[in-house]
Design a binder for this molecule. Structure first.
Ligand SMILES: *Cc1c(COP(=O)(O)O)cnc(C)c1O
Length: 222
């Protein structure tokens, strides 16, 4: 299937309320334009320099999502235009995004990354750390950010039950946080999980944003 056909087949399979983030990291601008021409407007990147280059070169109505691990010293480069930062994994990073957001007069939409997978190497707050952070109320005093929900990555395993359990853990945390801290904030509504290999499971377990790369664009050449 062509890039445009993949996008169509994925988006028509997604239930109402679930949006596709087309993960275009390592793929050329030409491939992004093919997706764009099929109607896709939301793209995910995970390297700051690459995002800068593509943002400058491509149509201005693209919504760029930053989905990778973000270093605090690079926050300032993307804050003026990024639509959503998915993987906020520390209070320090959130504070820096707020500081830079304030400078440019924005409330930058952010998701808290939860560590629910078994792999040691994945970044993110544990459920306990995320709960402690929200309970601390620190985030309420950050004028340059708005927390829109949570993000996670499941373990890279074949066991679908394990993957489902990990998404459920994140979804339970999301619902608890919504009730406890964000009940009157409509903007807290995003659950970012599901990639090429596990997005059908993610959609059954509360996802509102699926981040799909290789299924659309083919294998990445690093
Ligand atoms: C690369 C990446 C994806 C997309 O992965 P695919 O398996 O190619 O769909 C999704 N989320 C994050 C955080 C990524 O880094």
């Amino acid at each position: 299937m062509s890039i445009g056909e993949e996008i169509k087949s994925i988006t028509t399979s997604l239930p109402n309320g679930v949006r596709l983030v087309a993960v275009s990291k390592y793929h050329p601008e030409k491939a992004i334009m093919e997706a764009y021409e099929s109607g896709q407007r939301v793209f995910g990147e995970s390297h700051v320099q690459e995002l800068q280059r593509k943002h400058n070169a491509l149509p201005s109505d693209i919504e760029w999502h930053f989905i990778g691990h973000l270093q605090t010293n690079k926050v300032k480069y993307i804050v003026p235009y990024v639509s959503l930062i998915h993987a906020v994994d520390s209070p320090k990073l959130l504070a820096e995004i707020s500081r830079q957001g304030t400078k440019v007069g924005r409330k930058v939409p952010c998701l808290l990354q939860l560590h629910v997978a078994q792999e040691e190497t994945k970044f993110g707050f544990s459920v306990e750390e995320a709960e402690a952070f929200l309970a601390s109320g620190e985030w309420r005093d950050l004028p340059g950010i708005e927390i829109h929900g949570v993000m996670c990555m499941a373990s890279n395993v074949d066991d679908e039950q394990q993957i489902a359990n990990e998404f459920d853990t994140a979804h339970r945390f999301f619902r608890h946080a919504k009730e406890t801290y964000f009940a009157n904030r409509d903007s807290f509504r995003e659950c970012s999980w599901g990639m090429s290999d596990d997005y059908p499971i993610a959609v059954e377990h509360g996802s509102t944003l699926v981040r799909i790369g290789s299924k659309i664009f083919g294998q990445r050449v690093y």
